[in-house]
Design a protein around this ligand. Structure first.
Ligand code: PRX
Length: 665
């Protein structure tokens, strides 16, 4: 190659910055010197973090990377993950502290103390043991956000069995693939679930999934909706009620220590092609990173804060920041069963007000939804208890960040934009609250102990002000250990792109700004190439969302005869100006204004060739926009597989709207 072109053009610039308040900085868990300390002796730094946990046997070696890319952390150490998350807090005299303030969607609530949690986890551990589940066995869990989900996960951890949690909204086919891939011996689900104000059956879909599943010996059923959904199908010999089985078990159980590298869980994540990948996490390193990041990045103070992570336990965020991190740190947390607009659009803020939530962690997709619903909704509630806000899952557009800060954080709560993945186990890149001068839209720097870089195609670090690929260049404790049953796929997927350098490639594009702060630019397969310029879909989306009329935007590159690819945008307009209700003439005026706006914000090169006003965007159940489907629309193809969409009717809505005519030049 004669000349290296930048892997990604750096187009959007953001100059707003927010220093921490002196009061926050004075009490912060994070300190500025941690960066240098970790840099000087990374292994010693992680060793100190591991010392937050209770180890039955101390490790003899911090890291064994001799078998790279297969890592071993805290070699020779032994611990019990569930003991660390529950029992040790009770033994330290905190048994009466609430661990979980559970809020059911219909309005029922349960407060569970650490002492109660300990008894429940012990019963569940005894119950699983009575069914013949032992260390290394796999248990699949498909449950909505009920306390039993957390209890079941901890019970598995306690006896050394691996859990594989499958998101409650996944289809029977998706559950079956995962049950078969892991050869799950026991499956745990519920009779039904409350969703958007209605009780809906759940077990019947699980029955369908398990038809002929050879590995499955028992199906445990949590009772949630009871009589409301009518008769529950029952398979004698296989099916057992969770409460009946647990009631017959003693509430004491001695936790055995397991090796630091003992497998803790499998969590499936979909790739662009092929069957889902079973991401395998192990015990000591994962728990260390979960506890350290929850303490440092969320500034969590045990006994003082009320923490709420709005994720579902079906995703890694629920694993690390509802179950393992917070419980290892003796958090008092809110767990909410339902959707954010049931029975009204202020439900989250009502919960924040009622429980005086101080730390709130959510996803950009929800923040943009709140923006769409209107500023007046959060304004009705007392949100003054909130002292820190977090976001995760996708790049947050600067305007959504500003809205979050103003309307939820009272203009003062620090925002931590946390970048990480199912594969990384815990947070990798994030501002440190009380230390970092935050910038709307940027995840900023690898946290102390983590090393990441932005590199070009050849693996060379790009200069400040340039874009490229985000790589992680040093092993970290929470890293995935392999893909379940497929070491070769693990190597090929994550370690082959920059094999010579030995970098883990995360699949994300990123850029450094002039200060060296990192901006995530979306998955590299979301990069457009317009007349030889590599343009990030995220940057164009952020430019669109910075226009006052736009609530949400998704951008794709569509084949273009002259420019290679052309920028095609799908936008949802704010509040009353929604495309569905406005006339086409009104829309065409808005569309023109938006095209000019993008040209002004980024440059004429990024001006969308076409902007379509739509009522909804196609999203996966974890809230990620499915650009593949939008590309199909933009390129006039038949729309591909929609089975992983949260709402499969969205594509019909979009297509129907478009047939009324689009807004091409
Ligand atoms: O593209 C990045 C995006 O989400 C991907 C990981 O998705 P998943 O494994 O489902 O885990 C989500 C929760 C950790 C990343 O490769 N992503 C996650 N957080 C951010 C993000 N993109 C930009 N900024 C973030 N803060």
């Amino acid at each position: 190659m004669a000349e290296q072109s930048p892997a990604l053009d750096n187009l959007l610039s953001e100059s707003r910055t927010f220093p921490p308040s002196a009061a926050f900085a004075a009490q912060a868990n994070a300190t500025a010197d941690a960066y240098a300390k970790a840099e000087t002796d990374r292994e010693r730094f992680w060793e100190e973090q591991a010392e937050r946990l209770h180890w039955d046997t101390r490790w003899s070696q911090v890291l064994d990377w001799s078998g790279a890319p297969f890592a071993k952390w805290f070699v020779g150490g032994k611990l019990n993950v569930a003991y660390n998350c529950v029992d040790r807090h009770v033994e330290a005299g905190h048994g009466d502290q609430v661990a979980i303030h559970w809020v059911g969607e219909p309005g029922d609530t349960r407060d569970i103390t650490y002492a109660q949690l300990q008894r429940e986890v012990c019963r569940a551990a005894n119950a699983l043991t009575s069914l013949g589940v032992s260390a290394h066995d796999r248990v699949a869990i498909q449950l909505q956000m009920v306390p039993e989900a957390i209890i079941a996960m901890l019970a598995c951890a306690r006896i050394g069995a691996m859990h594989s949690v499958v998101f409650g909204g996944f289809s029977p086919a998706a559950l079956r693939t995962r049950v078969d891939d892991a050869s799950a011996k026991v499956v745990i689900t519920s009779d039904g679930q409350y969703r958007r104000g209605k009780a809906a059956p759940m077990k019947s879909a699980v029955d369908e999934a398990l038809e002929g599943a050879e590995s499955v010996e028992k199906l445990l059923v949590v009772r949630r909706t009871g009589d409301e959904i009518g008769e529950i199908p029952w398979k004698e010999g296989r099916d057992l009620w969770w409460h009946e089985l647990l009631d017959s078990q003693p509430d004491e159980h001695t936790a055995q220590p397991f090796d630091s590298e003992h497998p803790l869980f499998i969590l499936y994540t979909s790739g662009t092609t092929g069957k889902p990948k079973g991401i395998l996490h192990t015990s000591g390193g994962y728990l260390t990173q979960a506890a350290y990041t929850h303490h440092t990045v969320f500034d969590h103070k045990a006994g003082e804060d009320v923490y709420w992570c709005t994720a579902d336990i079906g995703w890694v965020t629920g694993h690390t920041y509802i179950v393992y991190g917070p419980l290892a740190n003796r958090a008092r947390q809110v767990v909410y069963e339902g959707t954010p607009n049931t029975p009204h659009e202020g439900r989250h803020w009502e919960i924040v007000q009622n429980y005086k939530v101080s730390l709130y962690y959510t996803a950009p997709t929800l923040i943009r939804t709140f923006m769409k619903w209107g500023d007046d909704i959060p304004a009705r509630y007392d949100l003054s208890s909130l002292r820190l806000l977090g976001t995760v899952g996708e790049p947050i557009n600067p305007e959504a960040w500003m809205w979050y800060r103003e309307h939820i954080g009272g203009g003062s709560a620090p925002i931590v934009d946390t970048w990480w993945q199912t594969e990384t186990g815990g947070i990798m890149i994030s501002p440190l609250p009380g230390v970092t001068h935050t910038k709307p839209g940027s995840a900023q720097r690898p946290i102390p102990g983590i090393s990441a870089k932005v590199v070009d195609d050849s693996g060379t670090e790009v200069p400040f002000g340039s874009g490229g690929y985000l790589v992680i260049d040093k092993p970290w404790p929470g890293m995935l250990r392999t893909i379940w049953g497929d070491d070769q796929r693990y190597k090929d997927t994550y370690w082959s792109t920059f094999a010579d350098a030995g970098y883990y490639f995360a699949g994300d594009g990123a850029k450094y700004d002039d200060d060296g702060d990192i901006w995530l630019l979306g998955r590299v397969d979301d990069v457009m190439n317009v007349s030889g310029h590599r343009i990030s879909t995220t940057e164009v989306e952020s430019a669109l969302v910075s226009h006052p009329d736009v609530a949400e935007a998704a951008v794709v590159g569509a084949t273009d005869e002259t420019t290679g690819q052309g920028v095609v945008a799908f936008v949802i307009l704010r509040g009353g100006t929604a495309g569905g209700t406005a006339s086409d003439a009104d829309n065409s005026e808005t569309v023109n204004a938006l095209r000019q706006h993008v040209a002004g914000e980024i440059g004429p090169i990024a001006k969308p060739r076409q902007i379509m006003v739509v009522p909804e965007l196609p999203k996966t159940r974890s809230g990620k926009i499915m650009r593949r489907l939008l590309r199909d629309v933009a390129e006039n193809r038949e729309v591909g597989d929609v089975t992983t969409l949260a709402d499969s009717s969205v594509m019909d809505l979009i297509s129907a709207g478009l047939h009324k005519g689009s807004d091409e030049d």
